[in-house]
Design a protein around this ligand. Sequence first.
Ligand SMILES: Nc1ncnc2c1ncn2[C@@H]1O[C@H](COP(=O)(O)OP(=O)(O)OP(=O)(O)O)[C@@H](O)[C@H]1O
Ligand SMILES: [Mg+2]
Length: 247
Amino acid sequence: MALLEVLNLTKTFGGLSANQDISFSVQEGELVGIIGPNGAGKTTLFNCISGFYPVSSGKVIFNGKNITALKAHETARRGLARTFQIYAASGDLTVIENVMVGCFMRTRSRSKAQAAAEEILNEFNLTGIGDVFVGELPVAVQKRVTMATALGSGPRLLLLDEVAAGLTPNEIEEIMANIRHIHSHLGIAVMLIEHVMELVMKVSDRVMVLDYGRKIADGPPRTVAKDPEVIKAYLGERFVREHQEML
Ligand SMILES: Nc1ncnc2c1ncn2[C@@H]1O[C@H](COP(=O)(O)OP(=O)(O)OP(=O)(O)O)[C@@H](O)[C@H]1O
Ligand SMILES: [Mg+2]
């Protein structure tokens, strides 16, 4: 049984179809990248899956249960965690307090939440800055704190929306290490929206491509990167020429 199954999902805003008849599934422990031009409907898809937006039609099945009508806090309790494209972490909380907010989803005990948060900080190489206010940290580190916070809730599926946007190559390496840890070491399924192709092509088992609200490709990264429709809609001929070694 797939961990997540999305069936004919459509989301309209007025006359605009932000997601149009999208179907796919994600297996337990799989890492699926999502790419596509600005406005293609990637973030909307996360919003619909996680219950931040009601779908217009279609179904979302998670862990065998129909979660289509559930609100965000309810999907989170069932093991679906996410980060946000724009919102970073809570700047007026410290790093450990942020991560504890996630941990309180699975325990009411302050000491247990703290212990769990400390373990995650350790796994994310964030020890030593637990008491720093998040707002004082570089954006790259803030992004890693949002991932750590999402992880704190104990998810089976983690949705990451552009965690590498605007970061330097070194910072991207650090994020990539965190993502690999979540996926390979903790065995958590990940869906990741990303414009940074070096990251998405390297870490994904599978890549899905959206364009104008529709899914236009879904397959192994190398296959997708050679798909003429994907090259035309998003990657561009130049990308393919300049990244032969990656593909
Ligand atoms: N709350 C909303 N109300 C109205 N229109 C919306 C809303 N959210 C998204 N849209 C529209 O839906 C379309 C898809 O937007 P979405 O944010 O999902 O794109 P995206 O693929 O995440 O783009 P980007 O790469 O720029 O983040 C866009 O045309 C956008 O303007
Ligand atoms: Mg987006």
